[in-house]
Design a protein around this ligand. Structure first.
Ligand code: ADP
Length: 608
C-alpha cells in the first residue's frame, strides 16, 4: 500500500478508537495554546489605551482580559480529567485491537506460528517503532499545539504587512517590514535545515536504540509474561525461579533505561544549535520592530503583539514540520500491522447460509482430503475419501500423531484442506458461512478451556441461561448430584478469578462440564476428541456406555486412545500416518490382520 494511504488509514483508525479523547484534547489544547496570544492582543489594546490616555477603556480591557483568561483556564481544567480518562480507554483499545483481531480471525491463520510471531512482533514494537499507533497518537499531540500556535501567529502577524512605510526616513530604508519578513523566513528555513540534519542524527540514534533494545525487550517481555502468568506459578515455586527471573528482569530493565537515556542525550545535544539560532534571530527581529516603533511606523501596542506572536511562531513552525516529518517516516510497523489486520475474518468466509433442519439430516463426506499445516510442506493427512451416515457413531483410533485431531479440525473447518473437499449435504462446505457451519458441531477438544465464570455460564456460554436445561445436561454427564450439593449450585464460579467463593473442581469434573457444554449446544454433530483422558477408566467406560443416550440420534465422532471405548461405536476409523487404513466394526477389525488388531493386542494385555 502507498505510504500516505497507510498513514491515512492509521489516522482514520486512531480517530475511530479515540474519537472522544481527541475531541477533549483538541478543546483543551486550543484553550491552552490560545492563552498567550489572547494575552498579546489585550496587551496591545491596553498599551494603546494607556498611551492615548483612555483609562476607562483600560479598566474594562483589563477586566475582559481577566475574564477571558479565567474562562480559558476553566475549560482547560474541565477537560484535563476527561482527556486523561479517555486517553486510558483509547490506549487500552489500541493495545487490544490486534488481540481482538486474533479472536475474529479464521482459526486456520490464528493458529499458525507465522501469524502468532507476527502478533508478538507487532506488540513488542508497539512502544519503539515510530509508526506504531500509540506513538503516532503521541506525535499528533506534539503537532497539534504547534498548529494552533501557527494559526494564531498568522492572525496576529498580519498587521506587519500593512505597516505605514511612508513615514520611514529614506536613510532607514533597510528598516522595512519586508526585511523582517525575510529574516523571519530565513530564521525558520535555517532552523528547519538544522532540524532536518539533526533529526537524521536523532533518527539514527533511535533506530540504533531500537535495534540494541529489541533482543532485551523480547526477553523482558517474555519474562514479564511468565511472572504474571498464574499457570507458571507452580514451576516458579518448585524450581525457585522467581528470584532469578526477577533479578534478570530488573537487570534488563536497567539496561533498557540506560539505552533510552543515551538516545535522549543525543536528542538534547542535536537540539542545541536550533535553539541558539532561534534566539539570535528573535533578537534581530525585535531590534527591527523596535526601530519601526522609534521611526513612528508602528504603534507600541502593536510591537508587543507582533513580537509576542513572532516568538511563538518561530519555535512552532520548525517543531510542527519536524514532528510531521518524523510522523510520516518509514511506516514499517503500520505495514506489518495492517498485513496482520487484513487477514480474513471468520465472518467474511463463505457465502451461503446453512439449511436449518429439524431432522438433523446433515451428512458429511470427504474426498481426496490432504492437509499440511500452514507454513509446513509435510502432509499430515492424505488420500482420505469417506462418507459418514447421519446418526451413526464413529470411533477414531490410531497412534499418537497419526492425524486424528487434525481430521476433526478439518471436519469442523477450523482449518481449510490443502487438497480435496469436505461436503455437507453434497455441497462443498467451504461455500457455507463459517459462523453458521460452526453451529453444526458440538465439540470437546483434548485441550478444552473453561472460563472463570459460573458453571451454568460455562455450559450455556451465555450470561443468561436456562437453569433447568443446564441441570438436565449436568445430570446426563453424571455431575448433577454433585452440583446440587453446592450452595450456589450451577451459579457456582469456577476458580476464584471473579468470585472469592468460586471453587476449584477436579480435572475429571472439569471434563464433564466441558462435555455438558457440547451437549447443551444441541448441535446435530457431536465430536469428543479424547476429552476423557483425565477420567479414570471406569468413569470413561460409564460415559461411553451412556454415550448413545447422550448423543441420541446425532452423528458422533469420538477419539479415544483406549480402544475398549471404541467397542461402543457403530464403526471404527483407523488412522495411520495421516491415512485411514481400516474402517469397520470392532468385531470385524479385531479379526482382520492390520493396524487395529495390532493396537488392540498391544492394549488388551492391560485389560486382562
Ligand atoms: P493425533 O490426534 O493422532 O495425535 P494430530 O492430528 O494431533 O495427531 O497431529 C498429526 C501431526 O500433525 C503430528 O505430526 C503433529 O506434530 C502435527 N501437528 C499437530 N498440530 C499441529 C500444528 N498446530 N502445527 C503444525 N503441526 C501440527
Amino acid at each position: 500500500m502507498n505510504k500516505y494511504r497507510v498513514y491515512g488509514r492509521a489516522a482514520k483508525d486512531l480517530f475511530r478508537i479515540g474519537k472522544k479523547h481527541y475531541l477533549y484534547y483538541s478543546i483543551m489544547t486550543i484553550a491552552r495554546q490560545s492563552m498567550p496570544f489572547i494575552g498579546f492582543i489585550y496587551m496591545r489594546k491596553i498599551i494603546d489605551t494607556l498611551i492615548s490616555n483612555r483609562i476607562g477603556d483600560t479598566h474594562s480591557l483589563i477586566i475582559q482580559f481577566i475574564c477571558t483568561s479565567l474562562i480559558l483556564q476553566l475549560v482547560q481544567g474541565m477537560m484535563q480529567p476527561l482527556v486523561d480518562n479517555e486517553q486510558e480507554i483509547s490506549e487500552k483499545k489500541m493495545y487490544a485491537e490486534a488481540s481482538r483481531k486474533m479472536l475474529r480471525m479464521h482459526f486456520h491463520h490464528a493458529e499458525s506460528t507465522a501469524v502468532k510471531e507476527r502478533l508478538e512482533n507487532i506488540n513488542q514494537m508497539l512502544l519503539s517503532s515510530q509508526s506504531s499507533l500509540p506513538l503516532l497518537s503521541l506525535r499528533f499531540k506534539y503537532v497539534f499545539p504547534s498548529l494552533i500556535s501557527i494559526i494564531w501567529g498568522i492572525i496576529l502577524l498580519h498587521p506587519l504587512f500593512i505597516v505605514d512605510t511612508a513615514v520611514i526616513p529614506s536613510q532607514f530604508w533597510w528598516v522595512h517590514p519586508g526585511a523582517i519578513i525575510t529574516m523571519f523566513v530565513l530564521a525558520i528555513s535555517i532552523s528547519l535545515f538544522i532540524q532536518v540534519k539533526s533529526s537524521k542524527k536523532s533518527a539514527e540514534a533511535l533506530s540504533r536504540t531500537i535495534h540494541e533494545a529489541s533482543e532485551w525487550r523480547k526477553q523482558a517481555f517474555y519474562e514479564e509474561k511468565v511472572l504474571e502468568d498464574i499457570k507458571s506459578g507452580k514451576e516458579i515455586r518448585l524450581y525457585r525461579l522467581s528470584g532469578r527471573l526477577l533479578e534478570n528482569f530488573q537487570k534488563q530493565h536497567h539496561y533498557l533505561t540506560d539505552i533510552m537515556n543515551g538516545m535522549y542525550r543525543v536528542f538534547r545535544i542535536t537540539a542545541v544549535p536550533t535553539n541558539i539560532l532561534a534566539q539570535l534571530m528573535s533578537y534581530m527581529i525585535y531590534s527591527f520592530l523596535g526601530l519601526l516603533v522609534l521611526l513612528g511606523a508602528l504603534k507600541v501596542g502593536l510591537l508587543v503583539q507582533l513580537s509576542g506572536a513572532l516568538s511563538q511562531v518561530i519555535t512552532a513552525i520548525p517543531t510542527c514540520i519536524q514532528q510531521l516529518m518524523m510522523m510520516i517516516s518509514d511506516p514499517e510497523w503500520l505495514n506489518e500491522y495492517y498485513a496482520f489486520m487484513d487477514l480474513p475474518d471468520e465472518e467474511t468466509i463463505g457465502s451461503i447460509p446453512v439449511e436449518k433442519r429439524m431432522d438433523n439430516q446433515y451428512e458429511i463426506a470427504v474426498s481426496n482430503l490432504a492437509f499440511a499445516y500452514p507454513g509446513s510442506e509435510e502432509l499430515v493427512l492424505k488420500n482420505i475419501t469417506e462418507q459418514f451416515e447421519v446418526g451413526k457413531k464413529y470411533a477414531i483410533v490410531g497412534e499418537n500423531g497419526s492425524g486424528k485431531t487434525t481430521f476433526i479440525k478439518l471436519l469442523t473447518r477450523l482449518y481449510e484442506p490443502t487438497e480435496g473437499l469436505i461436503k455437507m449435504n453434497k455441497i462443498d462446505s467451504s461455500k457455507y458461512e463459517l459462523r453458521e457451519y460452526f453451529n453444526l458441531f458440538g465439540v470437546v477438544f483434548q485441550d478444552y478451556h473453561l472460563l472463570g465464570f459460573s458453571i451454568g455460564q460455562n455450559i450455556s456460554v451465555n450470561p443468561d441461561y436456562n437453569h433447568s436445561k443446564v441441570m438436565n445436561t449436568l445430570d446426563e454427564v453424571g455431575l448433577g448430584e454433585f452440583v446440587r450439593t453446592l450452595p450456589k449450585q450451577s451459579d457456582t464460579y469456577l476458580g476464584t478469578e471473579f468470585d472469592d467463593s468460586g471453587m476449584n473442581v477436579s480435572g475429571g469434573q472439569e471434563q464433564k462440564i466441558a462435555i455438558a457444554r457440547s451437549l447443551y449446544k444441541d448441535a446435530p454433530i457431536m465430536i469428543l476428541d479424547e476429552p476423557t483422558a483425565a477420567l479414570d477408566p471406569i468413569t470413561e467406560f460409564d460415559i461411553y456406555q451412556n454415550f448413545d443416550n447422550l448423543v441420541k440420534d446425532k452423528t458422533a465422532f469420538y477419539i479415544s486412545h483406549r480402544l475398549s471405548s471404541s467397542k461402543f461405536s457403530d464403526e471404527i476409523l483407523v488412522f495411520d500416518k495421516g491415512e485411514i487404513v481400516q474402517r469397520g466394526s470392532h468385531k470385524k477389525l479385531v479379526e482382520q490382520d492390520g493396524k487395529y488388531q495390532e493396537l488392540w493386542n498391544a492394549q488388551a494385555q492391560y485389560y486382562q
